[in-house]
Design a protein. Structure first.
Length: 205
């Protein structure tokens, strides 16, 4: 792709590094911004900069937030005795959109995948175990994607927390094998959370 401006070429190259955006789409976005008032471009640049430098991770669940604790963990109406373990922040958003879950979350930041070089120590595992060890937790819900990596991660955590006197459950398999939570429709996801089953049952099937 030939460019008449090095500045546009640089902008296109940077935007095309974003997932799902090729150079043609990036060029279309750059040309769109050029046609807009300069304030719009400035506001976009400011928003991106603030997201990068000001967004924090909740010290309790590792969700994204603006303060030390996210709005979910700081909400006194949430059931802090139930923890839903998810892979990443998008899964928190997907479950919250169902309005069917009132407990807290724990964001692992990924799942065990030896082929990708991701082991338990690369995830937010230790903080989850510490949280359970302190007491006050009655149930842990596994809500990772129904893939080999997700099932492996579920089982690994289950073995670590099996010594504690808590309920371990997993979301019902209304979600197709291999599907990610963020792409699941809200009704199916809500039913999967509501109709969760004991984790021991899931590993026997």
């Amino acid at each position: 792709m030939e460019f008449s401006s090095k500045l546009i070429e640089t902008a296109v190259n940077e935007i095309s590094k974003l997932p799902g955006i090729g150079k043609r789409t990036a060029l279309r976005l750059v040309l769109f911004l050029l046609r807009q008032p300069s304030d719009q471009s400035n506001d976009l640049a400011k928003a991106i900069s603030e997201v990068r430098h000001k967004v924090k991770f909740c010290k309790n669940c590792h969700n994204i937030c603006d303060n030390e604790l996210c709005d979910i963990c700081s909400n006194p109406k949430r059931d802090n005795s139930v923890i839903c373990v998810v892979e990443d922040i998008r899964d928190v958003m997907a479950i919250e959109n169902t309005s069917s879950y009132k407990g807290l979350y724990h964001v692992l930041g990924g799942k065990i995948s030896p082929l990708d070089g991701i082991g338990p120590n690369d995830l937010n595992m230790s903080s989850l175990i510490d949280k359970i060890d302190k007491g006050g937790i009655s149930e842990v819900i596994f809500a990772l994607s129904s893939t080999m990596e997700g099932d492996t991660t579920n089982f690994y955590i289950y073995k670590l927390i099996n010594k504690f006197n808590i309920i371990t459950s997993t979301i019902a398999r209304g979600i197709s094998i291999g599907d990610d939570l963020e792409y699941t429709d809200e009704i199916t996801l809500a039913r999967s959370i509501t109709n969760r089953i004991p984790f021991e049952t899931s590993i026997k099937n």
